[in-house]
Design a binder for this molecule. Structure first.
Ligand SMILES: NC(=O)c1ccc[n+]([C@@H]2O[C@H](COP(=O)([O-])OP(=O)(O)OC[C@H]3O[C@@H](n4cnc5c(N)ncnc54)[C@H](OP(=O)(O)O)[C@@H]3O)[C@@H](O)[C@H]2O)c1
Length: 236
């Protein structure tokens, strides 16, 4: 039977490329996005390549959307092998708090946490039973070097806070699955040329997704509860 992978924020950037890479490796990929109806061109291009991808509606900032999605997956497929918590936002600049935590609004932190931290937490919690019953799972939380406490700076405070908290979400789930064939890890893709990373970033999308795909396909006994960049463990 085909392995099933879920990718959030799969309509563009790293999520789209990760979906394509996993489908090329033989996964059925449930490509989740906020507006599948608007993404027909992107989805058709993947179908033309004979890739097994299924578009599904999911807004990770809405608990009801997560519940509806998980229920649909449970009824339709009954199991999940891989979850990539990729969807993310970086809105400090547009919300006026790019330069300093003194200018960061609580609303920016709340909005950012809803997508970058609470979404992955809830989705992992609710998808986990569909992995546990099979005794197998790979969960990848797409984090950022900006989460590292060892490289802390004040700029983009909401984003940094949300990704540092996401790393703790990784840690907490990982500690509960220790000893099973379920691995939960954080991955930093580096600075990548996407809408978020911008045109000056030093990595291509292909370089950015390499570590994500690697963590999604770890062999039995692979690492659990770590933070990786370029397949090397890095400091939290
Ligand atoms: N690019 C970098 O340099 C870099 C560096 C470190 C970490 N990252 C992380 O990598 C991940 C992917 O980033 P990217 O560079 O590919 O960014 P991107 O091109 O801006 O794509 C972000 C994706 O997240 C989706 N998204 C936003 N809010 C959502 C919500 N409420 N529900 C579901 N999906 C939502 C977007 O969907 P819509 O099209 O609907 O908005 C889009 O698909 C993020 O977690 C980001 O923090 C990126």
């Amino acid at each position: 039977m085909k392995k099933i992978a879920i990718v959030t924020g799969a309509n563009r950037g790293l999520g789209l490329a990760t979906s394509e890479a996993l489908a090329q490796r033989g996964f059925k990929v449930l490509m989740t996005m906020r507006n599948p109806d608007k993404e027909q061109k992107t989805l058709n291009a993947l179908k033309m390549k004979n890739l097994d991808v299924v578009p599904m509606k999911l807004d990770v900032s809405q608990e009801k959307s997560i519940n509806d999605f998980v229920e649909h997956v449970r009824k339709e497929y009954g199991f999940v092998d891989v979850l990539i918590n990729n969807a993310g936002i970086l809105i400090d600049k547009e919300d006026g708090g790019n330069q300093s935590i003194f200018k960061t609004k609580s609303s920016t932190i709340q909005k950012t946490f809803a997508v970058n931290t609470l979404g992955p937490f809830l989705l992992t919690q609710k998808i986990f039973p569909l992995m546990k019953q099979e005794g197998y799972g790979r969960i990848v939380n797409v984090s950022s070097g900006m989460a590292q406490l060892s490289h802390s700076q004040s700029a983009s405070a909401a984003y940094r806070l949300s990704k540092t908290a996401l790393n703790m979400v990784t840690n907490l789930f990982a500690s509960e699955v220790e000893g099973s064939d379920i691995c939960v890890n954080s991955v930093s893709p580096g600075w990548v040329r996407t809408d978020m990373g911008g045109p000056n970033a030093d990595r291509t999308v292909e370089q950015g997704i390499k570590g994500i795909v690697w963590a999604a396909t770890l062999p039995k006994g692979g690492p659990n509860g770590k933070f990786f960049r370029d397949q090397e463990a890095i400091e939290w």
